[in-house]
Ligand binder design. Structure first.
Ligand code: GUN
Length: 295
């Protein structure tokens, strides 16, 4: 039987339009939720991703704005810009699009974002809270993967989930979120001796390595759920994930397409985090359980 498509585009549209009543409620109180996306340099893929984020903001009624810094910008310039955004009470969510030019330390940049506005969930405080099972803003891609699986009623409790890739933005937080859902989690990476032997045992495979064709049909158990986070531009201009699409269609039970799978879900989670940040800012720290009191 051919695999069932996990339609991230459709689910993301539903999530984003479902945010409208929350945005309207904020506006009725005189609060316009606002997201600021900082781009350093002119990476073409980043420009496309940011356009998608701003379009989704518009769909939800959130104000989305892009701030550009030249590729020659120094780290101090980025930090100064973040301080302005932190101080601006009209801005509820701040993210710096990755990758940034060489010479700018992404950890120092993330550390400079007000944790209450860190809608990417990449500040050490927010990652630490995630580790403690007390997340405030969940990193958008792994959160989007879970929301997509939830929408298709794919349970995780007690199931063996294998994450291929250990990046800070996807692989590591993905493993934590799967653990939070009581999955049994294995993480594979470039030094894993026999990745195929591990992925073949998995009921759920999340692949996020950025290498087209990496996950082949004989590397998965028949009927497995395959979530493909990779977005790779092929020589002929087409986009492809990390998994071999035709193989997955015939062997997997469920599979996410690229494009139209995880990408739109990442954007939807970003908008949801921004709305939550605005709600929490409006409520004040003492009243907002999502914000907590530990800063
Ligand atoms: N670049 C690719 N994906 C992301 C993301 O989710 N957040 C940020 N900040 N940069 C990215």
């Amino acid at each position: 039987m051919p695999a069932t498509l996990l339609d991230g585009k459709l689910v993301a549209q539903r999530v984003v339009s479902g945010l409208r009543p929350r945005v309207e409620a904020l506006k009725a109180r005189g609060i316009q939720p606002r997201l600021a996306v900082v781009r350093v340099g002119d990476d073409p893929a980043s420009q496309i991703y940011i356009r998608a984020k701003i379009r989704a903001c518009e769909q939800a009624g959130v104000l989305g704005g892009e701030l550009e810094l030249a590729a020659s910008a120094r780290e101090a310039d980025v930090l100064a810009r973040l301080e302005e955004l932190n101080a601006d009470s009209a801005v509820h969510g701040v993210l710096v699009q990755l990758p940034m030019p060489k010479g700018i330390d992404p950890h120092r940049v993330a550390a400079h974002i007000d944790p209450d506005k860190d809608v990417d969930g990449l500040h050490a405080i927010n990652l630490g809270r995630l580790l403690q099972g007390d997340a405030r803003f969940r990193p958008c891609t792994p959160a989007g993967v879970l929301r997509l699986l939830d929408d298709y009623s794919i349970g995780l409790r007690g199931r063996h989930a294998v994450v291929v890739g250990r990046s800070e933005i996807v692989g590591k937080p993905m493993a934590l979120l799967l653990l939070e859902r009581d999955a049994t989690v294995t993480v594979c990476h470039s030094k894993t001796a026999d990745i195929a032997a591990v992925t073949r045992m998995a009921e759920v495979v999340v692949v996020a390595v950025g290498r087209p064709g990496m996950l082949k049909g004989d590397m998965i158990k028949p009927g497995a759920v395959v979530v493909d986070v990779g977005v790779n531009r092929l020589a002929d201009g087409r986009l492809a994930g990390d998994a071999v699409w035709d193989d997955m269609c015939t062997r997997a039970g469920h599979v996410t397409p690229v494009p139209g799978g995880v990408g739109p879900m990442t954007v939807a989670m970003l908008i949801e985090n921004t709305v939550q940040a605005a709600e929490c800012a409006a409520a004040g720290a003492s009243e907002c359980p999502e914000l907590g009191v530990r800063r």
